[in-house]
Design a protein around this ligand. Structure first.
Ligand code: IP8
Length: 255
């Protein structure tokens, strides 16, 4: 009897971890390599998604591109995508130097796919020992150009691959309450969060709403500091860790 391969873990490397959001085009090579080493040493099959940080977001803002409304004009789309592709090349190089075999693909190849073509391609890559790698991008949604957040891509990938777990690496230790303490678990009916950081895709409040969507579809989501590789490693392996776990009883919609 053939054993089913373990379901891949969807990993989101947040833009605030892989770049310094306060300094334009500042890449955090050491942080990404440390996360890559944690992934490689876990031996788990993964699909990696990264955010835009100080590469994608300032340009998206400058050209009025966001995930909330589509922009009819193509102005700034190439420039924003070029910045994302530059960032992706650096992430890919860091993950390679950490021992992974990243395979970059644009997330638009996941959109509107019929017959599960994307799913079988990703499964083939994973079975061959590669780590599919993608990123928040600018896509055309039929009405205009829109930012497709890495968090939304995680929702699509988790569902497509039946992922048991999605680990989101942040620059803080998890979802924080008003007093700055980590909220250990979040479930259905979670209240909207105060103090969301405004960026092209809506900051932490949006991240939590996407995490709730994944959790409602059966994927446990773990939000953890990406600047603490030890905790990230535990979150990845599914053992006890310091951070926020988002879990919803199966079949309950997050609304
Ligand atoms: O940081 C945004 O991706 P995110 C990507 O995952 C762009 O929301 C183009 C700003």
């Amino acid at each position: 009897m053939s054993r089913r391969p373990p379901s891949p873990v969807v990993v989101k490397l947040g833009g605030s971890v892989i770049t310094d959001k306060k300094v334009s085009f500042s890449y955090r090579e050491e942080a990404v390599r440390a996360l890559g080493m944690a992934i490689a040493s876990s031996g788990l099959p993964v699909v990696v998604v990264h955010g835009g940080g100080s590469f994608g977001h300032p340009l998206a803002k400058r050209y009025g591109l966001s995930s909330r409304a589509s922009a009819a004009s193509a102005e700034g789309v190439s420039e924003t995508r070029e910045a994302m592709l530059r960032l992706d090349a650096m992430v890919s190089a860091s993950l390679t130097s950490a021992g992974l075999r990243p395979y970059t693909f644009s997330p638009f190849t996941l959109l509107d796919l019929e017959g599960g073509g994307g799913r079988s391609f990703l499964r083939r890559l994973i079975a061959a020992g590669a780590a599919p790698l993608t990123f928040g991008d600018v896509v055309h949604d039929g009405k205009g150009f829109r930012v497709l957040s890495g968090d939304t891509i995680c929702v699509e990938l988790s569902e497509m691959l039946g992922a048991e777990r999605c680990v989101m690496a942040l620059d803080v230790a998890g979802v924080l309450d008003d007093d700055g303490r980590v909220v250990e678990t979040l479930g259905e009916g979670a209240a909207p969060l105060p103090g969301s950081l405004a960026d092209a895709t809506g900051g932490i409040a949006f991240k939590v709403s996407e995490a709730l969507r994944m959790a409602a579809a059966g994927t446990e989501v773990r939000l953890v500091s990406g600047l603490a590789p030890g905790e990230f490693s535990k979150a990845l392996k599914g053992v006890e860790f310091h951070g926020t776990t988002v879990r919803v009883a199966r079949g309950v919609s997050s609304g």
